[in-house]
Design a protein around this ligand. Structure first.
Ligand SMILES: C[S@@+](CC[C@H](N)C(=O)[O-])C[C@H]1O[C@@H](n2cnc3c(N)ncnc32)[C@H](O)[C@@H]1O
Length: 209
């Protein structure tokens, strides 16, 4: 079975809690992700199989305020399922790239975009040590979950701001997030990764200034 077939058959398309405009292939108890892990020593963590709190807040934000993305060239950094990229495309972005280091995430984002009837370019890459890309707006949903990654991500995103790119970060106040150096612009109740769908913990959208 190909990865595409596995995702389509074993991760049902379900509405996203708090973002009902979007449906994602979401893992459940019977999805059998361990079968993928057992078959691939490079499998990693299946972050792409569920929406995360930071992405939920950011997706809600751009759908509620489409003027933020309308006509813009947008990049979703650490795209996972592609949730934020799909929200940006639905809200009228001119071009949307979804970038993740995990090849499983790239496949999931492509399938999820197609399921929602939007066009995005999903790419496997680690941009964090390179130059800012040629875009207008960078969206980073829940990328500050690990201290070393947070340090690299902040340095890269600051180079992006210096290059004239607007940067928005969605995050449920995880410990590595440098909140003291960010400006909160909105807060949303979200069901984070691992929470039941009806849960409502706080997640915010921050502007990097
Ligand atoms: C916590 S998940 C969030 C996924 C999605 N944005 C959301 O909010 O639902 C973080 C994602 O960042 C990706 N990631 C980690 N390091 C990365 C890097 N250097 N460049 C791009 N993506 C990265 C992981 O593979 C994972 O898919």
């Amino acid at each position: 079975m190909t990865l595409e077939t596995f995702i389509q058959q074993r991760l049902p398309l379900e509405p996203v809690p708090g973002v009902p405009e979007i449906r994602l292939h979401r893992a459940g108890p019977s999805s059998g992700l361990t079968r993928l892990a057992d078959a691939d020593p490079d499998f990693g963590s299946p972050y792409w199989a569920r929406p995360w709190g930071g992405g939920l807040a950011l997706a809600r934000h751009v759908l509620d305020r489409p003027e933020i993305v309308a006509g813009q060239r947008v990049l979703d950094l650490g795209a996972g399922s592609g949730l934020v990229a799909i929200a940006a495309a639905l809200a009228g972005a001119e071009e949307v790239r979804a970038v993740d280091i995990d090849p499983y995430a790239v496949t999931a984002a492509r399938l999820n975009a197609a399921a929602n009837g939007v066009t995005i370019v999903a790419e496997q890459a680690d941009l964090l040590d390179g130059d800012p890309p040629n875009i207008d707006l960078m969206l980073a949903g829940d990328l500050f979950y690990d201290p070393d990654l947070a340090t690299r991500a902040e340095a890269f995103l600051r180079r992006c701001v210096a290059a004239g790119i607007a940067v928005l970060i969605g995050d449920p106040f995880r410990a590595p997030l440098p909140t003291e150096r960010l400006a909160a612009v909105a807060e949303y109740p979200v069901a984070d990764f691992g929470d039941p769908d009806g849960a409502a913990r706080a997640a915010a959208v921050f502007k990097l200034i």
